[in-house]
Design a binder for this molecule. Structure first.
Ligand code: HEM
Length: 172
């Protein structure tokens, strides 16, 4: 995928990249010209209630739709203070206070999402999460509106590092 823009919203930047590749499974071969490599794992849900999960399953679209040729790779790290909270305290900030799931739900199925977790890896990672979100080019303004809403929440005030990389598959 070709990089269209690479913006650092908080914390230190990473090296600029012209293209981003995504590989599933164990990474045995890193292209020698790679500016950086990030790893994450898909995990179980931690915060979602049963009724939220049912609503998500009913609305969400899979990654890889042919018309979803635009994407955002969003790299996030949360402050130690966030991780010191208990599970129920984090859930309260994420949803009851910040409405992360309710906000996101409004943008389904236009936006498809994949979230990878990096904190539980054996080696220390520079980010806690890798978010990959896919949409058709015409839905990018709506995607930007969603990001503005999410970034204004209490949850996002715990971010100490955020990099937003926009990608296109249209001319691969
Ligand atoms: C497309 C609309 C979106 C929906 C429907 C959505 C939904 C959700 C849900 C249900 C969870 C809770 C998962 C769990 O139970 O563990 C979650 C967590 C999360 N989402 Fe979203 N989300 C959306 C957009 C985004 C965007 C644009 C980002 C930016 C990268 C993002 C980043 C995250 C992160 C980092 C978490 C984990 C929070 C934590 O564990 O501290 N989400 N999202």
């Amino acid at each position: 995928m070709r990089v269209v823009s690479q913006n650092t919203l908080s914390g230190p930047p990473i090296a600029p990249a012209a293209r981003v590749g995504m590989f599933a499974g164990l990474l045995t071969r890193v292209p020698s010209e790679a500016a950086w490599t990030l790893c994450g794992v898909a995990s179980n849900d931690r915060y979602t209630t049963r009724s939220e999960k049912n609503a998500l399953v009913n609305r969400q679209a899979p990654i890889g739709r042919p018309d979803a040729t635009s994407a955002a790779l969003i790299l996030l790290r949360k402050r130690a203070e966030w991780w010191a909270f208990t599970q129920d305290e984090r859930r309260a900030i994420l949803e009851e206070d910040s409405h992360h799931i309710a906000i996101g739900m409004r943008y389904l199925p236009a936006v498809a999402r994949r979230l990878l977790h990096c904190r539980d890896l054996a080696t220390q990672a520079p980010f806690d999460f890798i978010g990959f979100l896919e949409f058709s080019p015409g839905d990018e303004p709506a995607f930007d509106t969603m990001m503005t809403e999410l970034r204004a929440t209490k949850e996002w005030s715990f971010m100490d590092r955020e990099i937003d990389i926009r990608l296109t598959k249209a001319d691969v």
